[in-house]
Design a protein around this ligand. Sequence first.
Ligand code: PSU
Ligand code: MN
Length: 307
Amino acid sequence: MTLPLKIDEEVRDALKGGRPVVALESTIVSHGMPYPQNIETARSAANAVRNEGAVPATIAVLSGQMTVGMSEADMDVLARAGRTVRKLSRANLASCIAAGETGSTTVAATMIAAHLAGIEVFATGGIGGVHRGAEASFDISADLQELSITPVAVVCAGAKAILDIPKTLEVLETLGVPVTTFGSPDFPAFWSRASSVPSPSMSSSTRQIAREFLLRRRLGLQGGQLVANPVPAEDEIPAAVMNPLIEHAVAEARERATGPSLTPFVLGRIFELSEGRSAKANAALMLSNARLAARIASDLSDLRRTE
Ligand code: PSU
Ligand code: MN
């Protein structure tokens, strides 16, 4: 059986030549934002990667093919399909491929596909984590475990306050996942620059982050690393504005959603409750993450060249 992996030609050439490539996920497109903001954000994130001199590779499973480097037309299909497509993580990735079906990849599944393709840097919006009330529900995203297994550096804007941020950082520490915040001592809270939770470490150098990634590989340390990039100051929404909306959405979700549909439900309600105000911040932070990821990927490819 051959590997059900279809890598776009431009992405393949870049990887062969040791040039920088940045993976992008597709669950943020199908389940993370409403249409048409989702496709607009996906398109501008890919352009942001290009403007920094790297090649973007958006990842999804399309009719049973793990696709690394989607066309705009394919992205548009996923964007319009929204939450009707399967949401894929480590547990259900192979079953979707075996059934020949289509699904969008979460952070965990995107890391798996990126690693198979040979991509080491990945930009997303927010990662999954430990949900509020996890002490009763046991709901902890498979993204955290994936970060401890698969060697991909993931750039995100921290975690939304729909999650329990201190518990999320505790689990990452337990799993041995390095967490670095770019240019700030505070771990960011997605729409807000600071969560009032200190980041385990801080760096202001993409080269140093790239060096740490390489060093971990040389040391034989399994897994990836998390790079948290605070939303640009001019696009931030203060926690005081977001928190009441989050509380409301999380309370509603308690009656109406569990399991894999929990995160999409809460995200959808927050969009509605904030009347699109969060969409602008979301798009801005995604672009900023795409740029930072491209710079890390460029430094990594330089370091490999001079190694
Ligand atoms: N958090 C966000 N936006 C998102 C997601 C999380 O702020 O779009 C998506 C990502 O694809 C992430 C997934 O990997 O939700 C996590 O889902 P779960 O909590 O069911 O593991
Ligand atoms: Mn979950």
